[in-house]
Write a protein that binds this ligand. Structure first.
Ligand SMILES: C[S@@+](CC[C@H](N)C(=O)[O-])C[C@H]1O[C@@H](n2cnc3c(N)ncnc32)[C@H](O)[C@@H]1O
Length: 392
């Protein structure tokens, strides 16, 4: 291709190409060209991906119809079977995604955060034990994005609350819900009951990674049931406890802002804790996880009460995590890869937004949620899952 021809989405650009805009003859850098090429390639594939997702949905529907017919032929009532299989129970635990970090993120990171919130919602909705999920600080950029790009679809989502207030005011609202005497605040489940029966010490490292200049602010007694999760905390989270709110920083910062969430919580006298990753896993990279992965880990823990299992199924493979064996080393490979999440494409955020926005286009393709005292989760896959399939 000559340097004067426009770059084609399907072929990689040459470093010597110049911008096609003749009013600005400056040559583009190699990385700017690469970004442009990726963006064009991504945009060129929108229709294809949409078509593939539609085909998959169709295949799933046909499969479900056939399975249903087979069950009926055997005298089984599919509706009864589905109810038994997919019951999701609300647990008395709050998870708050604190989105009050607008000024610390770049545009691209804000996009990524909104897709992480989407994932947290779909994971919570599909979880065996779901939490009271709240999004705090839902104003400014993130609210604008949900309004403009997701076309306010989130207003139809069930089991998640978007609140303009800060995480402390959200915790107060969750506390009130969890203390409802009619049982609507959640059901005591095995993993949480064990935390009550066998309380563990709240252990602290000897050194504080981010000592504060003045004296340590006293614990805020009124909010002692709130724990801000931070990989920088000197405290280890041994277990989740009932009637407690866990705050996860809604922040995508490639760890530029070290200790930000930790300091923010401590200044207000809020307890902090880090996930016990080091106790269970040997990691080849940092132990700072994405917001939605932290949410998913807590949901898995509610289900199995085992951090090792929760980390193994959620921590992305690219982080190179392996379970620790009894002697503290990484467990030997058995030929199979850990079931951790696949590495994410940098356009994953857009794929999910596309998927969720698209789901709103067709009412019959939308997830159908049946609200009962427990929640019967629909059979169709979550937006995040489908987005992932579409990426594959
Ligand atoms: C991408 S991290 C943000 C890192 C940021 N520099 C900070 O100050 O926390 C997103 C959030 O996930 C949670 N998180 C990530 N890794 C964690 C870990 N190992 N233990 C506890 N929480 C973690 C924290 O709430 C954190 O704010």
């Amino acid at each position: 291709m000559s340097s004067s021809e426009p770059a084609e989405a399907s072929s990689k650009p040459e470093a010597t190409q110049v911008q096609s805009d003749t009013s600005n003859p400056l040559p583009m850098s190699k990385s700017a060209l690469k970004r442009l090429w990726k963006q064009e390639k991504w945009e060129a594939g929108i229709d294809d991906r949409r078509k593939r997702r539609k085909e998959k949905r169709h295949e799933r529907k046909v499969r479900a119809r056939d399975e249903r017919a087979a069950l009926i032929a055997q005298g089984v009532d599919p509706a009864e079977l589905q109810k038994k299989k997919q019951v999701s129970t609300l647990a008395p635990v709050g998870i708050i995604v604190d989105c009050d970090f607008e000024d610390y993120m770049m545009d691209k990171e804000r996009v990524s955060l909104s897709s992480q919130v989407t994932r947290a919602y779909s994971d919570n909705k599909a979880a065996r034990y779901r939490s009271h999920l709240w999004v705090a600080g839902f104003n400014k950029g993130i609210a604008k994005r949900f309004h403009e790009v997701l076309l306010d679809q989130h207003k139809k989502w069930k089991g998640i609350w978007f609140d303009e207030g800060d995480y402390i005011s959200c915790a107060a609202k969750i506390r009130e819900r969890m203390s409802a005497t009619d049982g609507s605040g959640g059901e005591m489940i095995e993993s949480l009951q064990r935390s009550l029966d066998e309380p563990t010490a709240w252990t602290r490292d000897e050194t504080d990674p981010f000592p504060m200049p003045g004296p340590e602010p006293p614990l805020d007694e009124a909010n002692k049931d709130v724990v801000y999760l931070s990989s920088d905390s000197p405290y280890t989270l041994e277990r989740l406890e009932p009637n407690t709110c866990y705050v996860v920083g809604g922040l995508v910062d490639k760890n530029r802002e070290k200790g930000l969430c930790y300091r923010r919580a401590r200044e207000k006298g809020i307890r902090t804790a880090r996930l016990p990753i080091g106790q269970f896993m040997v990691m080849q990279s940092r132990q700072v996880l994405a917001t939605n992965h932290v949410v998913e880990i807590m949901l898995k823990w509610l289900e199995c009460g085992d951090w090792g299992q929760a980390f193994l199924s959620v921590i992305p493979k690219r982080k190179g995590g392996k379970l620790r064996s009894e002697n503290g080393e990484a467990e030997a490979e058995d030929g199979e890869e850990a079931e951790g999440k696949e590495d994410e494409d940098e356009n994953q955020g857009e794929a999910e937004v596309e998927e969720v926005a698209e789901a709103s286009e067709s009412k019959e393709e939308n997830a159908v949620e049946v609200e009962t005292s427990t929640n019967v989760v629909d059979e169709s896959k979550s937006g995040a899952e489908e987005a992932k399939e579409a990426q594959a």
